[in-house]
Design a binder for this molecule. Structure first.
Ligand SMILES: Nc1ncnc2c1ncn2[C@@H]1O[C@H](COP(=O)(O)OP(=O)(O)OP(=O)(O)O)[C@@H](O)[C@H]1O
Ligand SMILES: [Mg+2]
Length: 233
């Protein structure tokens, strides 16, 4: 489904990603773990085309997409939930969701599925996004990523910055989406959530992927998480 092959990404002259390679198969949930600033978000943005890699390739369903615009990459079936949620606070929830459509037409079957999954989003459709709680805004960001019925969803730290009381609900929704047959690439500091939902985990440091592991590997050998996150389980 997604094959990232040896990408190198820069911000100006700063070389951020060094020969990053990873893949996510159909229905697979893959996680990127690593400390702050190691390049997890840059990896996501490189896949969706917001920071195009200077070398290496990103393939989606066998076709090279690196070099294409973010909207054309999204159009192929990749949804993106950005780390900052990317809300337009002055626009209504409905208008924010429409942003997720790009040039595609609204599909009522997909809308019904989204409302089923996020009843709170349906209740808030005509409210300005800026008046919603952090957890509700995260739901809108997730719903927006599903508007074009993607095959792959990139999720960058869905539980970050939420009030602790809201984390279980967003974690549950993340898990439900992961169980619904999408391919997922997730970045998340909530290790318990990652160990629950990921099939495979890539461990990043300093702009590089150093190892890959399964949740069982990380449970069996706590030194791996200590090395890459500075925490145990
Ligand atoms: N727009 C930018 N311009 C210049 N440097 C940037 C920019 N965005 C990020 N960086 C730098 O690139 C590196 C990787 O950042 P990135 O946001 O990808 O890390 P991250 O692993 O997602 O971190 P976090 O866990 O804090 O979200 C960091 O050194 C960061 O300072
Ligand atoms: Mg980040």
């Amino acid at each position: 489904m997604l094959e990232v092959d040896s990408i190198n990404t820069f911000y100006g002259k700063s070389h951020i990603l060094h020969d990053v390679s990873f893949e996510a198969g159909a229905d697979e949930v893959v996680a990127l773990l690593g400390r702050n600033g190691v390049g997890k978000t840059t990896t996501m943005k490189s896949v969706i085309g917001l920071t195009p890699p200077q070398s290496g390739t990103v393939r989606f369903e066998g076709e090279v997409v690196s070099g294409d615009s973010p909207s054309s990459i999204a159009n192929r079936g990749i949804g993106y939930v950005p780390q900052d949620r990317g809300m337009f606070p002055e626009l209504t929830v409905e208008e924010n969701l429409t942003m997720g459509l790009g040039t595609a037409k609204r599909d009522e079957t997909i809308m019904a599925e989204i409302f089923d999954r996020f009843p709170r989003v349906e209740e808030r459709m005509h409210q300005k996004a800026g008046t919603l709680s952090g957890g509700e805004q995260q739901m809108v960001a997730m719903a927006r990523a599903l508007m074009r019925d993607p095959k792959l969803v990139l999720m960058d730290e869905p539980t970050e910055g939420l009030m602790p009381s809201l984390i279980p609900e967003i974690a549950d929704i993340t898990e439900e989406i992961a169980d619904s047959g999408y391919s997922i690439v997730i970045v998340e500091q909530n290790v318990d959530l990652v160990l629950d939902i990921a099939d495979r985990i890539y461990l990043m440091d300093n702009g590089r992927i150093h190892e890959q592991a399964t949740p069982a590997d990380l449970r069996d050998d706590e030194t791996i998480l200590e090395k890459y996150l500075g925490v145990g389980i």
